[in-house]
Design a protein. Sequence first.
Length: 164
Amino acid sequence: MSIVERLQAIVKERGTNFKQLEADCGLGNGVIRRWDAQSPRLDKLVKVANCLNVSLDYLVYGRGVSDSSENSEPVLGSRAAQEAQSLMCDGSPLEDEEADLVAMYRLLPSHVQEDMFDQIFCLYRKYAERKRESIYWTYKADKLKRKATDADSDLSGSGQGGIA
């Protein structure tokens, strides 16, 4: 089932139509129907998923984020639904934005996923672990050591007293 077919089923079930959905999401007229011929932009998919209160995984694959079957029901954005589906991290449910990030990551080609993982890991080490292993901090540490050595030299030389 394509994204457009999936959306058709959702709007029919909810008693609305594409024109109304596009208006509610701030999309141009006929945008959704064009997704049969060309891939939708991610920002537009996110808008539609948010308007319909379903996950990107459901729109694209027809399943929830943690569901492996193709015939699952739409994933609701509520915290209770997230908890029921085990969309958890460190004991707390993922926020909608976090779940969307996971869904967007899954839509990327594998080589781009690898690049994104490397970038996020570097940021994690920099901010979460507070590791200062960049070349900047190598130079900064050397400069701080020199200042400390110079200060120690000044202190040891100043204790001799007398007139110069």
